[in-house]
Ligand binder design. Structure first.
Ligand SMILES: Nc1ncnc2c1ncn2[C@@H]1O[C@H](COP(=O)(O)OP(=O)(O)OP(=O)(O)O)[C@@H](O)[C@H]1O
Length: 563
């Protein structure tokens, strides 16, 4: 979300696109800008505060005619200035609740959300809650070849208006706040590529969301996979963010005792039911009263996880069933009071977050980001070079004894076809592999309306093209002069290269489509031949399509290799 405080006065006239739904005419935009200008003078403690409340929220999914209730009429609240932690056994519904609160889950044909969620009394259905909130997913969604500083800088420049220096200042502040100084200029890396530690990567992910200065920060298991010390560092940072007035809510798995002691408020879920909500430090007393005393010297979090654990959720034992029922009825029997002082809470305006940059700016920033990311991972490019050179050497060997006469015409045609098939396969597979790893980032950013799909697609394709065109040029240089054609002149060579480039662009397009359809590079690689083989059969080289099964001749029209 973009709060007024973060807008830079200078960049507003050209770049601010945060507008209210009804305020799309020029005069209202000017008012909006003035509004932001006046807010520049606001101090941090005057930041808007949001109390998020949810009332009887249920989530019901239907699968093959069978209904399953994942959340069962849960109610609660997250206060500004506090860290609220959501805990419960695996499958209790924590992520589901967080996703519903973030507006990431919506009712659909087979999933129904019942209940009401309000922010400062305003139903979040009536506003674009994404404007006020940010969500840090469990998976680290980052480009592996960028540094934290570059990632934050691109994110800031794409999402926020303002001049370059304002972005630099904002990024430096976040780097300092998140204690990323030591690794700010190291490459992030990934599971397969050595880079930042898990804790550092997680802090970068949090930083990417803090760029827009959100008022509500929701996090799904930010400490999973981290050792207890690193996890504590992350929790300390979240508490720091909460103390700045943000509403911070996070699911957390297995916190250590010292981490647990730091939580402000705690919500415990069991099988979709709420079994505790209140101050984390009061929870042992509460459970002792309900007959489940936390053993001395035991981490309360560990105790709750064991208490709420159900071995087989579909078929709980009688004991498990009774235990959960006891806990639910004990919780339902207590009277909950909201002691948060609401006098400073204002109803939320229906602000909309739209791109902070225009198409050209998006294109330039995304191109630079894609270019840096591709340039720092030369392996894919080197492999493509190696593949083309290998095929070129084979073609050269075949052509070694090939005479320029009528008898060799068939072989020469086949060599031309081999060149086309090679280009189609290599380009399609290479392009298909580009997308799966970036799809989560693209989906996240396009949901946040940071840029248009067209600017992303265009910038990515153009940034990838040199890596595709150059190996092809080397291939053409190696084979063209050895295949016995009639004429060898430069213009004919360029026609040969140009035709293959056109084929390459078509194959890259097909590769992008296939890459978007799947989730992993392995599957992307595997499905390319499924589409390319029929296209090869209908390329025109093989016997007339009249000999092919009826009803399939249309394949020739979508074949990227059709000649
Ligand atoms: N769309 C869906 N279709 C089918 N089952 C679903 C769907 N969404 C959630 N569930 C089920 O609902 C239950 C709760 O899921 P959720 O991810 O919220 O659990 P969780 O408490 O976050 O668990 P974990 O700690 O393991 O991440 C799980 O059993 C999950 O399989």
């Amino acid at each position: 979300m973009i709060t007024p405080e973060v807008f830079s006065k200078k960049g507003m006239s050209s770049e601010i696109e945060v507008i209210t739904m009804k305020e799309q005419d020029e005069s209202s935009l000017i008012e909006d800008y003035e509004d932001k200008a006046s807010s520049l003078t606001k101090k941090q403690d005057e930041r808007i505060k949001i109390q998020l409340c949810w009332d009887n929220v249920s989530y019901v999914i239907e699968n093959k005619g069978e209904e399953t209730q994942i959340l069962k009429a849960v109610s609660g609240k997250a206060n500004p200035g506090e860290l609220l932690v959501l805990m419960g056994s695996s499958g209790a519904g924590k992520t589901t609740l967080l996703n519903i609160l973030a507006g990431r889950l919506k009712s659909s044909n087979n999933a129904k959300i019942i209940g009401q969620i309000t922010a400062n009394g305003t139903n979040i259905k009536d506003i674009d809650f994404g404007y006020y909130s940010a969500y840090v997913t469990q998976e680290d969604i980052l480009l592996p070849n960028l540094t934290p500083r570059e990632s934050l800088m691109f994110s800031s420049r794409l999402r926020m208006p303002g001049h370059y220096n304002a972005h630099v200042d904002r990024v430096n502040t976040i780097i300092q706040d998140l204690r990323l100084m030591k690794c700010a200029d190291n490459v992030i890396g990934s599971i397969t590529k050595k880079g930042l530690s898990g804790g550092e990567r997680k802090r970068v992910c949090i930083g990417m969301e803090l760029i827009t200065d959100p008022i509500v920060l929701l996090l799904d298991e930010p400490t999973s996979g981290l050792d207890s010390f690193t996890a504590e560092v992350v929790i300390d940072l979240l508490i720091e963010q909460a103390r700045k007035g943000r509403t911070v809510m996070s699911t957390i798995h297995q916190p250590s005792t010292s981490i647990f002691d730091k939580f402000d408020r705690l919500i415990l879920l069991a099988e979709g039911h709420l079994v505790y909500q209140g101050k984390a430090k009061d929870s042992p007393k509460y459970f002792a009263k309900t007959g489940y005393e936390v053993p001395k010297l035991m981490n309360p979090a560990d105790f709750y996880m064991r208490l709420l654990h159900v071995v087989d959720r579909k078929h709980p034992t009688q004991e498990e069933h009774d235990k959960i029922e006891n806990l639910v009825s004990a919780y339902n029997s207590i009277e909950t009071t909201d002691d948060y002082d609401k006098s400073a809470l204002e109803p939320l305006a229906n602000k909309h977050l739209v791109a902070a940059t225009n198409f050209a700016e998006q294109f330039v920033l995304l191109f630079r980001r894609a270019w840096i990311n591709a340039r720092r991972d030369p392996l894919a490019g080197q492999l493509l070079f190696a593949e083309y050179i290998m095929v070129a050497v084979l073609v050269d060997l075949i052509c070694n004894n090939l005479a320029k006469n009528y008898d060799s015409a068939r072989t020469r045609t086949q060599l031309l076809f081999l060149s086309m098939a090679t280009v189609a396969f290599f380009s399609c597979q290479n392009a298909a592999m580009q997308f799966p790893s970036e799809t989560p980032l693209f989906l996240k950013e396009s949901k946040q309306r940071i840029y248009s799909t067209a600017s992303y697609y265009l910038s990515k394709s153009i940034a990838d093209l040199p890596m595709q065109f150059l190996p092809l040029l080397v291939y053409c240089l190696m084979v063209y002069w050895t295949i016995p054609f009639n004429d060898y002149d430069a213009s004919k060579f360029f026609i040969f290269y140009f035709v293959l480039v056109l084929l390459q662009i078509a194959a890259i397009g097909l590769g992008y489509i296939l890459g978007c359809m799947v989730k992993t590079e392995t599957v992307a690689l595997a499905i390319c031949p499924i589409f390319l083989q029929p296209m090869m059969l209908y390329s025109g080289l093989f016997p007339s399509v009249n000999h092919y099964p009826e009803g399939f001749s249309w394949i020739q029209y979508i074949s990227v290799i059709f000649i």
